[in-house]
Write a protein that binds this ligand. Sequence first.
Ligand SMILES: *Cc1c(COP(=O)(O)O)cnc(C)c1O
Length: 384
Amino acid sequence: MDFIDLKSQQRRIRGLLEERIRAVLDHGQYILGPEVAELEQTLARYVGTRDAVGCASGTDALLMLLMAYDVGPGDVVFTTPFTFIATAEVIALLGAVPVFVDVDPETFNLDPDKLRLAIEALRRKDRSLHPLPEAALSAQPKGLIAVDLFGVPADYPELESIAEEEGLFVLEDAAQSFGARLHGVPACRFGHGAATSFFPAKPLGGYGDGGMCFTDDEAVAQKLRSIRVHGQGSHRYEHVRLGLNGRLDTLQAAVLLAKWTLFEEERRLRQEAAHRYIALLETHRPDLTVQRVPEGVESVWAQFSVLAPTPADRDVLRERLQRVGIPTAVYYPIPLHLQPAFAALGYSAGDFPVTEDLAGRIVSLPMHPYLDAEVQARLVEALV
Ligand SMILES: *Cc1c(COP(=O)(O)O)cnc(C)c1O
């Protein structure tokens, strides 16, 4: 059994995929061909932003947005320690200081009250209020990156109001949440800009790497398009800023346009599979806590994650499933503040107790649109 089944989907649209790929082979515009613009327009319309800018990965989408907001040395960017490394990596790569803020124990997303405390601690340069890296004490708060973990949008109404009071930008790391909604508003519409990923395992995944930035700000969109091509200016060999080779491949855009035809249906199928899991677990394993989906939120269930009562219970659960050939995954076993790559920030164990607790007890079950009810029932039976 696959943790994520990409084959069933491919069987349904194989002909369309081949047609889309053949069209690229025929026109030969492999770099920024017409499919890239078509995908940008299609997804911008779906999300409801003025612009969408395709790029080489979700990581590049985040990096390009930070570059568009001129993040660099001397800046602090707040984010969560309970996410994939890319979210904080891009902050540090630009020479800014990532300041971690613990998460809500039920939604696993950035906790707005703790963000307030972190901002206050930084303003007063008081590390007893909130754990701060030494380097943050001589830097200025500039923005925050919220993450929509496992497909649940963060608390944007609260986060955006704090950011506005403090004059910070807000970026939405929507790598896992394309297709989710918060009070009817699609993910990728929140904050000043959003980044999503088309890594094959994400809700809208290609057959390789890819990503996209979303923004309502025309000037930011222009900057992103320039950054994506080595800071290109008015012509190909004029460079008005430093940039990247951060383009989305035409072939990936073609694959994504074929997959897009199934997306709304797959979104519904994911919801149905998640609700079957929830009902089964309530009956057979009420001791497992499913990630909370707050009122007004439609998760896209990039992952179906539960908390075991203890780390030892989690190990037992994983072993039982492994014995019957069912894979599980742990996202994320090492909180970012404890990653060797961030040792220079000087954080230590105990700094973010909610995240550390979650990292020890979380486990994700197989999740994809083609998960059938029988398999799910068998899976939960193996847990009793
Ligand atoms: C996958 C992911 C990324 C990075 O996306 P890539 O396309 O793999 O570069 C960033 N943030 C989060 C939360 C992710 O899950």
